[in-house]
Write a protein that binds this ligand. Structure first.
Ligand code: SF4
Length: 602
């Protein structure tokens, strides 16, 4: 409820649309109470009277009260608009989901027909159909519904094409569920939002087209008080009796505007791509790292290990940070938590803003409160991250008690709850166990439970599956994703495994020699990599297809020494497509497509 109130307050035009639609609906329902006269009663002694006390909107050429006809006309307009859209949506959804799911020639033929219908302007096609069916309100509604069906077919079919490839749909099919059951139970519920948006936006248009058909004599027929038909008869009197056409015209305008404003609001709420989505307005980055530069003491010298690293993580997002060992991934993570040797002393430039506060400005005491509470970290090797001298329960309780003003009993209950949430089979037994009594996978689950126990906004997972058996890795990754989704936390996942990135990340940043060289959405970046280093990393991923015999690729050379003086691109000594400019000038990270950015001269 709070959310909807927020939406309406943030979108005053949606509120206006809502008010108009509710007002129109109330007028239509209360028409017999609100109307001052019989809308079809003829009284020639009162014909063409100007608006006044007896007739608020004047009278027409038959002496009928225009105000009462407008009130009753709202029943026609709302009824027509809603009926047209419901018929089109139901038929279009059924057809679109069926052909999309069946695919093949059925789909091709159906979509060919839909494309032909969509290639005509909808008003022209509706006029032609209404003329062929004969002038009546029912035929006009039928014509407009037929014209609008392809819009829903296209919309739903597009959704079904992507949804039918989802694992849960494939699983339902493998269990022997019928086509109808799979469509109704597993696919259609996930198409509701786009259909609802289209329905709300479509009602205004349907009202307008139906009124246009009545205006040219193909829709509602006299003496029905339909607004389009009223304007049709008012045309003859437009110069001398201004009120006759004005009030029905205003009614159409206000009603259509109301539905369109409401439709825009519904789209802003339900469409994740909408720029005006209220969540999107609030959705500034949870973590924003800008131009981070880190210098670390190595022996007597200081080495620059990060060279202006920049990236954002949005609330609830999983960002993968990939690269070879020595590329600066872990240093980036440790910089965020100021766990570098010497605290934040090594950070020589840039900013790390978490919830719009620069962590670099925080005192060590303030950072202690943030670690574990607002930002948590899971390390590679859970055995070394857990103290062997204390039980699992004590270690999780210590974290909870350090950040929450609660009793030990409450802390214990919370710790047991967290162990249950990470799918540990016997939380009470694990609570009382020592780390060495647990398997690697169980220890990593315990780490995840501890890391999420104070509800952090950001979880940093540094190679969380590297030390685990390959059979446990997928379970732990799935658990990280599910547990953070439930908690609404964002994740910075550090890994060298692009397969892991493809499984759970929404975006990926590729690091090389202390710089981000490519960043973008996972699908776009991994399917269309632009940087030669990203392409080389992808070629090193082993192909497990049976019979596949291609030699496993490796990237020649190694990550440059931190003391190496490199001019131009830092990857130039290993790059097979380098040009002269690559040796002279450093490429900057620039947008190549949407939020896909690459630092490369090619
Ligand atoms: S900038 Fe030049 S050297 Fe660097 S990756 Fe691109 S092509 Fe290769």
């Amino acid at each position: 409820m709070e959310f909807y109130r927020y939406v309406l307050m943030k979108n005053p035009l949606t509120l206006v649309g809502c008010c108009i639609v509710f007002l129109m609906a109330a007028v239509a329902i209360l028409a017999p109470v609100l109307a001052t006269h019989d809308p079809v009663a003829i009284n020639m002694t009162e014909k063409l009277k100007a608006p006044g006390a007896g007739h608020f909107f004047g009278t027409d050429e038959m002496g009928r009260d225009i105000f009462s006809r407008i009130i009753y006309g709202s029943r026609y307009s709302l009824g027509v608009g809603i009926s047209i859209v419901l018929v089109a949506a139901l038929v279009g959804t059924a057809l679109g989901s069926t052909v999309g799911y069946i695919g093949g020639r059925t789909d091709q033929i159906a979509m060919g027909i839909m494309d032909v219908i969509l290639s005509f302007p909808s008003l022209v096609l509706a006029m032609a159909l209404a003329a062929a069916l004969g002038p009546s309100l029912f035929n006009a509604m039928l014509a407009v519904s037929l014209v609008k069906i392809p819009v829903y077919v296209r919309l739903v079919r597009g959704q079904v094409l992507s949804l039918k490839e989802k694992q849960y749909v494939k699983a339902a099919r493998s269990f022997g569920s019928s086509t109808g059951w799979v469509i109704c139970k597993h696919i259609l519920p996930n198409c509701t939002s786009p259909v609802l948006i289209q329905v709300t936006l479509g009602i205004g248009e349907a009202i307008l087209i139906a009124a246009s058909l009545s205006f040219i004599g193909l829709g509602a027929q006299p003496p029905a008080p339909e607004w389009g038909a009223m304007i049709n008869t008012a045309r003859t009197y437009i110069l001398d009796q201004w009120w006759y056409a004005t009030f029905p015209g205003l009614s159409i305008f206000i009603t259509v505007m109301g539905f369109n404003l409401l439709g825009d609001g519904v789209r802003d709420i339900l469409d994740p791509r909408s720029k005006n989505k209220p969540g999107a307005i609030k959705m500034t980055a949870l973590l924003s790292v800008k131009n981070l530069t880190v210098d670390l003491p190595t022996g007597r010298k200081t080495a620059r290990v990060l060279h202006g690293v920049s990236f954002d993580i949005k609330p609830g997002e999983v960002l993968g940070l990939v690269g070879e060992s020595g590329s600066g991934k872990s240093v980036t993570a440790l910089s965020i938590l100021q766990l570098l040797p010497g605290g934040k002393g090594g950070i020589s430039g840039g900013s790390i803003c978490f919830k719009e506060q620069n962590l670099i400005d925080k005192t060590p005491q303030e950072m202690r409160k943030i670690r574990g509470k607002d930002i948590s970290m899971i390390f590679q090797e859970p055995m070394t991250s857990l103290n062997p001298a204390f039980t699992i329960g004590k270690q999780i309780m210590d974290v909870i008690l350090a950040h929450n003003n609660i009793s030990k009993r409450e802390a214990k209950e919370h710790a047991l709850d967290m162990l249950g949430r990470v799918q540990i089979p016997d939380p009470a037994r694990t609570f009382a166990s020592y780390p060495h009594q647990l398997s690697g996978g169980m220890r990593q689950r315990v780490m995840i439970a501890g890391a999420l126990s104070c509800g952090p906004g950001l979880l940093i997972a540094d190679e969380p599956t590297t030390a685990l058996d390959v059979t446990i890795q997928a379970q732990v990754l799935r658990l990280i994703k599910e547990a953070t989704m439930q908690a609404g936390a964002s994740v910075l996942l550090i890994t060298h495994d692009l397969g892991v990135v493809a499984q759970i990340c929404a975006r990926v940043a590729v690091m090389y020699a202390g710089e981000i060289v490519e960043i973008g959405d996972v699908n776009e970046t991994l399917l269309s990599p632009r940087h030669p280093y990203t392409r080389a990393l992808l070629e090193t991923v082993p192909e497990l297809t049976p019979g596949y015999r291609k030699k496993l690729a490796s990237i020649p050379g190694s990550v440059p020494d931190v003391f190496a003086r490199i001019s131009g691109c830092r990857f130039n000594d290993r790059c097979s497509v380098k040009k002269d400019i690559c040796l002279a000038q450093k490429p900057q990270l620039v947008c190549v497509n949407g939020n896909h950015k690459v630092a490369c001269w090619t």
